[in-house]
Write a protein of this length. Structure first.
Length: 107
């Protein structure tokens, strides 16, 4: 299951059938939640740690949040700020992203 909105799941573990469909569905849902946060606050900048803290529980791997942000960036929905860094939840600097306000959204 791929969506024209953004590529959401990279099947590196070779899931098949209903397992693959469920993983893709969860990835798409997660990316939509993240994009909605950026759309609600179009002038805000968020790091992956910010998004993780604001929107998800500790059961959600931060790597999954980073994957969604990367996919949304590649699809043109988000813009990475290459000059601004924030200290993330693991004490390391992280880049921040903002909404690409020049894009038209259909969710």
């Amino acid at each position: 299951m791929q969506t024209d909105l953004f590529t959401s799941y990279y099947n590196t573990t070779h899931l098949i059938g209903s397992d693959l469909q469920e993983a893709e569905k969860c990835s798409i849902s997660q990316s939509k939640i993240i994009l909605a946060q950026f759309r609600l606050h179009p002038t805000s900048e968020y790091s992956p740690s910010d998004i993780h803290t604001l929107l998800f529980t500790n059961d959600t791997p931060i790597t999954s949040i980073r994957r969604s942000i990367t996919c949304l960036t590649k699809a043109g929905h988000l813009v990475k700020n290459y000059t601004k860094l924030k200290i993330g939840k693991y004490g390391k600097p992280e880049h921040v992203w903002s909404l690409n306000t020049s894009k038209t959204y259909k969710l």
